[in-house]
Design a protein around this ligand. Structure first.
Ligand SMILES: [Zn+2]
Length: 254
C-alpha cells in the first residue's frame, strides 16, 4: 500500500488550523474542493488553481494541492470550457484541491498580511482593513521613518516584485497592509492615522481617496502579496506530517 497521510486527516487539520469557520460568508468555498488520492505522499502549495499549476503538480507526483484561490466561488453553474478542463485534470491525476481564501489573508499566524508585516520588518500595531464586515489586515510600524521611495524599494526587494506607488507624503512609518485586491481598506486609514497603504492590485478608485487622506498607495501586486500565506501553510504541513511539500510558483506580475 502507498505510504502517506490519510487525506481526511490533513483536511481536518487544515480546516481547524486555518480557522475556516471564522469566515462562513467567504465567496470562496473554503476547504476540500476536489477529492483525490488518499493517502497523501506529497503535497504542494500555490496561489492560483489553474492549468499550469495542475500540470506542474501532476508532473511532480503531488497528491494534495493547497491554494489561496480555488476553483469554486459561490457554487458551480456548469462544468464547461476552462473549468471543465481544470476539473478533468484533477480527476485524471487524482490530485486533491484544497482552497483557503479569506481565512488565509486574515489568519494571525499563517495569513498573508501578518506574513507581509514580518517580511517587511513592521512591528504589529493592530488590525486594519475591513472586508465583509471584519478586519483581515494589519497595520504596523517601521522602527524609524524612511523616505517613501526607500520604502517602495524595500517592498520590491522583499517580495521580488515591481510595485506601482502613488506618493502623497515623503515620510513613511505607519503602514496598513491588506493583500490582494484590498484597496477599499483605504477607508480605515483615516481613523488609524496610517501614512502608507500597501495592497496588491492597483485601483483607480483608491487614488482620490488617498489624495484627500494624504496616504501613500503602494500596489505591490496581487500575486506577490499572496505567496507568503500558502508558503507558511506548506512549511507547517511538511514539519508536522513529515511529507515533502513544494511551492509551485506561477507569478502573474499583476
Ligand atoms: Zn487574492
Amino acid at each position: 500500500m502507498k505510504k502517506g497521510i490519510p487525506l481526511q486527516e490533513l483536511v481536518s487539520f487544515l480546516d481547524a488550523e486555518l480557522g475556516l469557520a471564522e469566515f462562513p460568508k467567504d465567496d470562496s468555498s473554503n476547504g476540500l474542493q476536489v477529492e483525490g488520492n488518499s493517502p497523501v505522499g506529497k503535497a504542494a502549495v500555490a496561489v492560483d488553481a489553474c492549468e499550469y499549476v495542475f500540470e506542474e503538480a501532476w508532473g511532480r507526483g503531488v497528491d494534495l494541492l493547497v491554494v489561496h484561490h480555488g476553483l469554486i466561488w459561490g457554487g458551480i453553474r456548469s462544468l464547461r470550457g476552462v473549468i471543465k478542463k481544470r476539473i478533468q485534470m484533477l480527476f485524471d491525476s487524482g490530485i486533491s484541491l484544497y482552497a483557503c481564501h479569506l481565512p488565509l489573508d486574515w489568519h494571525p499566524r499563517y495569513g498573508n498580511n501578518i506574513q507581509l508585516l514580518r517580511r517587511l520588518s513592521l512591528k504589529k500595531k493592530g488590525e486594519f482593513g475591513e472586508y465583509h464586515g471584519r478586519r483581515i489586515g494589519y497595520w504596523g510600524e517601521l522602527r524609524r521613518p524612511v523616505h517613501a521611495s526607500a520604502f517602495v524599494s524595500s517592498v520590491d526587494k522583499a517580495l521580488d516584485t515591481r510595485s506601482r506607488a502613488v506618493i502623497f507624503r515623503d515620510r513613511v512609518q505607519n503602514i496598513g497592509v491588506v493583500s490582494g485586491g484590498g484597496w477599499s481598506a483605504i477607508h480605515d486609514a483615516e481613523r488609524l492615522g496610517i501614512d502608507t497603504f500597501l495592497t496588491g492590485e492597483p485601483s483607480h478608485t483608491a487614488y482620490t481617496f488617498a489624495e484627500e487622506l494624504k496616504v501613500n498607495l503602494v500596489f505591490a501586486g496581487h500575486y506577490a502579496t499572496e505567496t507568503l500565506g500558502v508558503g507558511a501553510v506548506g512549511d507547517t504541513l511538511a514539519r508536522r506530517f513529515r511529507i515533502p511539500v513544494e511551492f509551485i510558483d506561477h507569478p502573474t506580475g499583476l
